[in-house]
Design a protein around this ligand. Structure first.
Ligand SMILES: [Zn+2]
Length: 260
């Protein structure tokens, strides 16, 4: 018997594989997409027109350090009171949108609802919001999940966003540069100080990561108190990174106060 023939899929197997692939293709075309926010039908991979109009994009003026929008323009270089009172370990933070109902639905669909197809849309928003940070950056560093959470969720939403931003900006992704060595509890529902102690010692720079002397941009989905971003930035800076900025999809916004 020809030994090659035994490793070739049979005619029937090849037919079944082909049939399955074409069925999947036709289903992609036939199945209408649902808006990840309101579940209305949409014609493309994005949001329905009503939800599009509700997306709260963050635009200038904002605090140059924290990226929190100002209610009025205090003038160039003026920091928010939050940035002065409690300066973060990272350099600058930028977010594409405010974390509101639409953003929450988007993040939820993307993270838990298997809507990975939203990555190019959301990554595009982030690349625009983070233009200043991405300009001259050496690498994107996705905030890692603990392996156990990665196991149950099957993918890291921050890494998926980083890949999309990389395609738009040309900045490479340093996959695996950071490791989450402590399985932290979810930050949801914790106070500011609880959040900080929850992520203390949770991150470590991988031994083979090229971090020293490099300008890095941390990528995450949501910025709340900034405790996670701060913990990541601290270990990256300790490992010799020359600069660590933070780019997120959505951030929780309390009204920023300019120091006037
Ligand atoms: Zn909608």
């Amino acid at each position: 018997m020809d030994p090659v023939a035994t490793v070739q899929p049979s005619w029937a197997a090849r037919f079944t594989i082909g049939l399955r692939a074409s069925l999947r293709r036709s289903l992609d075309v036939a199945l209408p997409r649902l808006c990840p926010s309101c579940r209305d039908l949409v014609t493309d991979n994005g949001l329905c027109p009503a939800c599009w109009s509700k997306v709260a994009f963050i635009a200038a003026p904002y605090c140059p350090r924290l990226g929190i929008p100002f209610a009025y323009d205090p003038g160039p270089g003026i920091l928010s009171i939050q940035a002065i009172a409690d300066p973060p370990a990272f350099g600058r933070a930028r977010a594409a949108v405010r974390y509101d109902d639409v953003a929450r639905a988007l993040v939820h669909a993307f993270k838990y609802g298997d809507r990975l197809d939203l990555a190019p849309l959301l990554g595009g928003w982030m690349a625009r919001a983070g233009e200043e940070l991405l300009d001259g950056a050496d690498a994107l560093v996705p905030v890692p999940l603990h392996w156990r959470r990665l196991w149950t969720r099957r993918f890291n939403q921050s890494a998926a966003l980083a890949a999309a931003i990389s395609r738009d900006s040309g900045v490479a992704v340093a996959h695996g540069a950071l490791r989450r060595v402590k399985a932290t509890q979810q930050q949801v529902g914790l106070s500011r100080s609880e959040r900080a102690s929850n992520v203390q010692g949770a991150f470590r720079v991988a031994a083979n990561a090229q971090v020293a002397g490099r300008r890095l941009v941390l990528i995450d989905d949501v910025l709340t108190s900034g405790a996670t971003a701060d913990a990541c930035a601290r270990v990256l800076l300790r490992a010799g990174a020359s600069q660590v900025d933070v780019l997120v999809l959505a951030r929780v916004v309390d009204a920023a106060k300019a120091p006037i």
